[in-house]
Design a protein around this ligand. Structure first.
Ligand code: F6P
Length: 531
């Protein structure tokens, strides 16, 4: 059986790691004045500089060889054409079809899914336009002013991140709220500010079975009925994005207001589907289409560009170099853009739920590290929080810096400061205190530098560029999953947590003697408050 770590390329990379371990990134620039030009790539409105990495030309060539020798070409073709690549759940993985705006058919079980996708997209168009124009009326005849998305995980993070990122394109007078946590204070706080007559709830749940979402939806429904009209009015204020039409209708949602999507759309890949409805409501259907176009452009690039110029492939390979050869445990995401403040959380789920696996696609344990711990927050805030550890701590953390170039009118001075701070940090991480002419060995308080980073620049934070950015990370995660030979599209660990939460709540009244002693003891303390 093929063993990744025994492959000639993997072993060559291990030797290169030993050989280049003490290299200084700075020296790579001295050796090659064209390194920046060579190690940067543009796709539409996105520009990636990957020159500040601890990656020599030799290492990059070997990493590209790793991709060449992997199943990437085949698996990529399988994903785009609807083959079953989520083997444990026996499903295709077709979020890319959702942003295929052409008429190329995509077959699942012999049936072209494109007509259904187009039909649902038309439904999103009609509905979002009706709400935005005020044509859609609540029970008392008033138009909608507040939209509350109730969902969690992929049914929250994508639309939440995108609506916030694109807030400047938002329809005036329409406000968006995202309730995800089962902690009742979350929904309570949101509801306390709302008028039921002008509020629309979107129950976003692929399965319509997630405890948190159902409980929040139930609480919202009760609040609505108590404060507004009666049960019969629920249909004018509650809609759903779900694959489970029956359960949504049983909740009181009108059949025509259940926005469908399909089992082959993974939760964390679902913002391109009906789960993206809040985005269409916020920035308009045209804006939503631009988002899809940007993602589609990245899809085309991912399919067509040779690996050596392929943005997601390059990002994935550099990540593999740090994870598997240098030993980095984490990947920091630092957007220098306040509008992207939800991006680290979104990417955390995308990457960690996808590649947090320790068995390969055949169920055999792997003997190498897989997905990184993804974390981060916006700069320049992060500079005053965790950057100290990154500069001088004992950890080795590659960073993705992300920013958009175009300033907001009137905010040029702020934007200039934002971008120069980011460039200064990326430079400081690489150069350390050497940039100031100090001798590192003589000063124990100097910064060692040689810390790697990528810089991703968006020409502007538009729906199109955001779509491309998210698709870029989706494909980066995919490429890594293929090279590690794992299934990036299931999430059995999360399912286990969901199941046990159900069991514990069902058995709150019993002794639950088969739980471990700690869980029993804690449950006894909890029980006192609920009898
Ligand atoms: O977190 C696990 C998960 O299954 C995600 O993949 C999904 O996005 C989330 O739960 C919510 O599930 P649902 O959309 O079915 O409510």
């Amino acid at each position: 059986m093929f063993q990744l770590t025994r492959s000639v390329t993997w072993q060559a990379l291990e030797r290169l790691r030993d050989k280049s371990y003490n290299d200084r990134i700075r020296d790579y620039f001295d050796r090659d004045p064209e390194r920046f030009e060579k190690m940067s790539v543009r796709v539409g409105g996105l520009f990636l500089d990957y020159s500040k990495h601890h990656v020599s030309d030799e290492v990059l060539d070997k990493l590209l060889e790793l991709a060449d020798h992997s199943a990437l070409v085949q698996r990529r073709a399988q994903m785009f054409s609807g083959d079953i690549i989520n083997v444990t759940e026996n499903r295709p993985v077709l979020h890319t079809a959702l942003r295929n705006l052409g008429d190329t058919p995509v077959f699942v079980d012999g049936e072209d899914v494109m007509p259904e996708i187009t039909r649902t997209r038309d439904q999103i168009k009609a509905f979002s336009e009706a709400v935005r124009s005020g044509e859609w009326k609540g029970y008392s005849g008033k138009p909608i002013k507040d939209v509350v998305n109730i969902g969690i995980g992929g049914s929250d993070l994508g639309p939440n991140m995108a609506v916030r990122a694109l807030l400047k394109y938002r329809q005036a007078g329409l406000h968006f709220h995202f309730v995800s946590n089962v902690d009742g204070t979350h929904i309570q706080k949101v509801l306390s500010r709302l008028d039921p007559a002008t509020t629309l709830f979107i129950v976003s749940t692929k399965t319509f079975s997630t405890q948190e979402t159902l409980l929040n939806a139930k609480t919202a429904r009760r609040w609505f009925v108590e404060n507004a009209g009666d049960d019969a009015d629920v249909g004018a204020h509650f809609i759903a994005a779900s694959t489970n039409r029956k359960a949504a209708m049983a909740f009181g949602i009108r059949e025509e207001n259940v926005f469908e999507f399909w089992a082959w759309v993974g939760g964390r890949y679902s913002m391109w589907s009906s789960i993206g409805l809040p985005i269409a409501l916020s920035i308009g259907f045209e804006g939503f289409i631009e988002l899809l176009e940007g993602a589609h452009e990245m899809d085309r690039h991912f399919i067509e560009a040779p690996f050596a110029q392929n943005m997601p492939v390059l990002m994935a390979l550099i990540g593999i170099w740090y994870i598997n050869f240098i030993g980095a445990e984490t990947q920091a995401i630092v957007p220098y853009d306040q509008a992207l403040n939800q991006l680290p959380s979104f990417l955390q789920q995308l990457d960690m739920e996808s590649n947090g696996k320790s068995v390969d696609i055949f169920g055999h344990p792997v003997n190498y590290k897989t997905g990184p711990i993804v974390w981060g927050q916006t700069g320049s805030n992060g500079q005053h929080a965790f950057f100290q550890l990154l500069h001088q701590g004992t950890r080795y953390v590659p960073i993705d810096f992300i920013a958009s170039l175009k300033p907001e009118p009137g905010m040029e001075e702020h934007h200039f400061a934002l971008l120069t701070n980011m460039l200064a940090q990326a430079n400081a991480f690489m150069e350390g205190s050497h940039g100031e002419g100090q001798e590192l060995s003589q000063d124990p308080y100097s910064c060692p530098g040689n810390r790697p980073s990528s810089t991703l620049l968006l020409d502007e934070l538009t729906p199109k560029n955001l779509g491309a950015l998210i698709a870029l990370y989706e494909h980066k995660v995919f490429v890594q999953g293929v090279i590690w030979n794992i299934n990036s599209f299931d999430q059995w660990g999360v399912q286990l947590g969901k199941r046990i939460a159900g069991e514990i709540s069902e058995r709150i009244d019993t002794n639950a003697a088969d739980f471990d002693a700690s869980t029993q003891g804690l449950l006894a303390l909890v029980r006192k408050h609920f009898n």
